[in-house]
Design a protein around this ligand. Structure first.
Ligand SMILES: [Zn+2]
Length: 434
């Protein structure tokens, strides 16, 4: 009798312990180093005979050279001394800019799940496909499982993987009962139950604090959430205000998914820093409101290609969204580049550049979106954003000049980050086939 009772107790306990161990290994252990230190490359690297876009506002340097030492840019110009024997990045007719940013991505596709335990070869191939061959040296993850993002970030910073510098928002905050329908339909109920939907300002404050303590660098709010086709649920203003205030008191920016006029207003009135999309329901969003957004110094990541490819095939659907971005730009608003890669499974960037051209942006406007604007917004202009001595050697090397065609921004030849060549897709020494 006693033995049976003992066994009856043991089975659930063993199961519980095994489940706890599984959760710890998959979800807790990968988060152990939330903020790994930046590792700079050692040694020198030179680029010669390049057209160099030092910044979007400086004239390009033709037939220029760049000298990199120990991860930093040490000299840029037409006549600089390159030490004899310094390793060279091959560049005949290449175009060099500061490293590109993609300020709206996700690691939420199933292929990133369990990133802590995936092989470096698998993850490297995915990082090349999603980011490096598109030229991105810095990315902002706006909502993924932190266990995956933090594992990738730690492995990238240890240089085990070749990847971009990663900022992350951790889990986004939704309005109460405000999970978007396109996530609702594809997410199991138990995961939905874990998604943050603070019901009070105090709960929002707790969620933001927990996110920041767990390694988030920015906060993401759904100030307007598409809870059904044609229906946006705004986040209650008091909840958004509390979240933004807590983030700002901790020196962190807030990104918002606005969706509609109501969502834009909540973002504006709560003090959000960056709209993570243009509003796709443009009803009521005119020059007056856009001028206020510009005045409030709120930046915008348009994500135009995402709307063109995931919402509808109607060719006129985009016209008012293009008009919104064009007006925002002409009013002097700060635009930041982002594609929503990860939600979007097509990672190519040509379509976004083409769409930005339709909004009246020229090559230097787009270069600012890719480099100086995000660096300034994230407060790292002294380290990133321009090809300037003293800054990190984060560089994107193109095959052709975007000044002649915006799509040339997608013709990426190499990416250098902190002085390390993390992509060199051209003229790789080919091993002879056996
Ligand atoms: Zn997104």
């Amino acid at each position: 009798m006693r033995k049976w009772a003992f066994r009856g107790l043991t089975a659930p306990v063993v199961l519980f312990v095994l489940f706890g161990a599984f959760v710890w290994v998959m979800e807790v252990y990968p988060r152990r180093v939330a903020h790994p230190a930046l590792k700079l490359a050692e040694g020198t690297l030179a680029i010669e005979h390049a057209r160099i876009y030092v910044s979007p506002t400086d004239p390009p340097i033709d037939d220029g050279s760049i000298l990199i030492r120990n991860g930093l840019i040490v000299a840029v110009g037409k006549q600089i001394d390159i030490p004899p024997g310094a390793p060279q990045l091959p560049c005949s007719g290449c175009v060099v800019t500061a490293g590109f940013w993609n300020a709206h991505v996700h690691f939420s596709e199933p292929k990133w799940a369990g990133a802590e335990f995936k092989s470096a070869a698998t993850l490297n191939a995915q990082l090349v496909d999603m980011f490096l061959r598109r030229g991105f040296a810095t990315i902002v993850d706006l909502g993924s499982n932190p266990a995956d993002t933090l594992a990738i970030r730690r492995r990238v910073e240890s240089t085990e993987l070749n990847g971009p510098f990663i900022y992350t928002s951790g889990p986004p905050l939704y309005p109460p009962h405000g999970i978007p329908f396109y996530l609702h339909d594809t997410t199991p109920a138990w995961i939905r139950a874990l998604m943050l939907q603070p019901a009070t300002p105090a709960a929002a404050q707790d969620d933001v604090r927990r996110n920041l303590a767990a390694g988030s660098d920015v906060i993401k709010l759904f100030t307007g959430s598409w809870v059904a086709h044609g229906r946006v649920l705004p986040m209650p203003l008091a909840i958004a205000k509390s979240a933004v205030e807590t983030a700002h008191l901790n020196g962190k920016l807030v990104f918002a998914h606005p969706s509609s006029l109501a969502g834009v207003r909540v973002a504006m009135d709560s003090g959000v820093d960056v709209l993570a999309h243009a509003a796709d329901d443009t009803e009521g969003i005119g020059p007056g409101l856009l001028a206020t957004i510009v005045h409030n110094n709120m930046a915008m990541i348009p994500t135009l290609k995402m709307f063109t490819t995931t919402v509808t095939a109607d060719p006129h659907y985009m016209d008012p969204i293009y008009a919104e971005v064009r007006q925002f730009h002409s009013l002097g608003g700060t635009l930041i580049f982002g594609t929503d890669a990860g939600y979007m499974t097509d990672y190519s960037t040509e379509g976004e550049f083409e769409a930005l051209g339709k909004c009246g942006l020229n090559a230097m406007d787009v270069l600012a979106m890719l480099t100086t604007n995000p660096a300034a917004k994230l407060g790292v202009s002294t380290q990133k954003g321009t090809v300037t001595p003293g800054k990190l050697a984060d560089l994107t090397v193109l095959d052709a000049d975007p000044a002649s065609d915006l799509s040339n921004f997608s013709r990426v030849r190499a990416v250098i980050r902190s002085g390390r060549v993390i992509l060199q897709s051209f003229r790789l020494p080919r091993l002879p086939h056996p």
